[in-house]
Design a protein around this ligand. Structure first.
Ligand code: ADP
Length: 273
C-alpha cells in the first residue's frame, strides 16, 4: 500500500485575482515505503507547490491527498498529525535552527508530538546517528557547527519524528562536494535502515541519476515524464524543451553507463541534433 497517494491534484494561486496562476494540474502520484523518488523541472514548474501538498501546507482545489488511504482533508483538524508522518525539509533548513543546543533543537518535533522525555531523548540520539553525528554533538551550540553539520542537524530534527516519508527540497544546495557526498551517504543508510521513503527535489541531474529509483519531470504544473532515471534521461530532446540542462543530463547518463546500467546514450545525441 502507498504511504501517500495524490489523485488528480490541481491547484491555483490567487484565484479570482489578476495574479491567478494554475500551479498544478491533474497530478497523480503515489509513494511506497522505502522508495527514493526525484522531482525535477525548471524554475516555476510547480515542484515546491507539489511538495507542499504532501503534508497539507496547501490544500488542492480539486483532487485528493490520501495518507495511509485516508483523505487528509476529510478531517482538517488531523492535518497536524500528518505533518509528523510526512517530514518536509525545506531549502536551507539550517536557517530554522533556533535552540541553543543540538539536542534541544532536534527534540523540538518529538516534543510537539507529545512524547515522554525518555522517548524524546532516544529519538534525538537516534536521529543524530542517522546523520552521522555522535553524542558529543548533543550539548553543542548548533550555531557554531560547520554549514554541512548544521544542515545535518536540521534534517535530524525531522528524522526524529520518524516520518514515513522524508521530503527534501534541494538538500545539498550550497554544500561543497564532500558535504554533498556525506549527506547522501547518510540519507541512503537511513532509508535502508528505516525503510523511510525519500522524495527529493533537485536541480542536479547527477544527484538524481546517482540516487533515485524513479524520477518525475514537472512542466507547467503537470507531470510530463516519469520513470526510471535511464528511461527518462534518454529523452534528452524532450527534457530540453522543458528547460532542463541537456549537457548535465548527458553527463549523468554517461556516469550511469560507466556504472554498467544499460543506457542508450545514442538516443541523447539523436535527440539533441
Ligand atoms: P518551482 O518550485 O518548480 O520553482 P513553484 O511551485 O514555486 O515552482 O511555482 C509554480 C508556479 O506558481 C510558478 O508560476 C510561480 O510563479 C507560481 N507561484 C508560486 N508561489 C506563488 C505564490 N505564493 N503566489 C502566486 N503564485 C505563486
Amino acid at each position: 500500500m502507498a504511504i501517500i497517494e495524490l489523485r488528480d491534484i490541481s491547484f491555483r494561486y490567487g484565484t479570482g485575482t489578476p495574479f491567478e496562476k494554475q500551479a498544478l494540474q491533474d497530478i497523480c502520484l503515489s509513494v511506497e515505503h522505502g522508495a527514493f523518488i526525484g522531482i525535477i523541472g525548471h524554475t516555476g514548474s510547480g515542484k515546491s507547490t507539489l511538495i507542499r501538498h504532501f503534508n497539507g501546507l496547501l490544500r488542492p482545489d480539486s483532487g485528493q491527498v490520501l495518507v495511509n488511504n485516508e483523505d487528509i482533508w476529510k478531517h482538517p483538524k488531523q492535518i497536524r498529525s500528518i505533518r509528523f508522518q510526512i517530514g518536509l525539509v525545506f531549502q536551507y533548513p539550517e536557517t530554522q535552527i533556533f535552540a541553543d543546543t543540538v539536542a534541544r533543537d532536534i527534540a523540538y518535533g518529538p516534543k510537539n508530538m507529545g512524547l515522554d522525555q525518555e522517548t524524546i531523548n532516544q529519538r534525538v540520539r537516534e536521529a543524530l546517528s542517522f546523520v552521522g553525528l555522535d553524542d558529543s554533538y548533543l550539548d553543542r551550540n548548533p550555531f557554531r557547527l560547520s554549514g554541512g553539520e548544521m544542515r545535518r542537524v536540521a534534517i535530524a530534527g525531522v528524522m526524529a519524528m520518524r516520518p514515513a516519508i522524508l521530503v527534501l527540497d534541494e538538500p545539498t544546495a550550497g554544500l561543497d562536494p564532500e558535504g554533498c557526498r556525506n549527506l547522501f551517504d547518510h540519507l541512503e543508510q537511513y532509508r535502508r535502515k528505516t525503510n523511510t521513503a525519500i522524495v527529493m527535489v533537485s536541480h542536479s541531474m547527477e544527484e538524481i541519476a546517482e540516487h533515485v529509483q524513479r524520477v518525475l519531470v514537472l512542466d507547467k504544473g503537470r507531470i510530463v515524464l516519469e520513470g526510471s532515471v535511464p528511461s527518462v534521461f534518454a529523452h534528452a530532446g524532450i527534457l530540453n524543451q522543458f528547460g532542463l540542462d541537456v549537457p548535465q543530463i548527458t553527463k549523468a547518463l554517461l556516469g550511469l553507463k560507466k556504472k554498467g546500467y544499460p543506457v542508450d546514450t545514442s538516443a541523447v545525441t539523436v535527440d539533441q541534433a
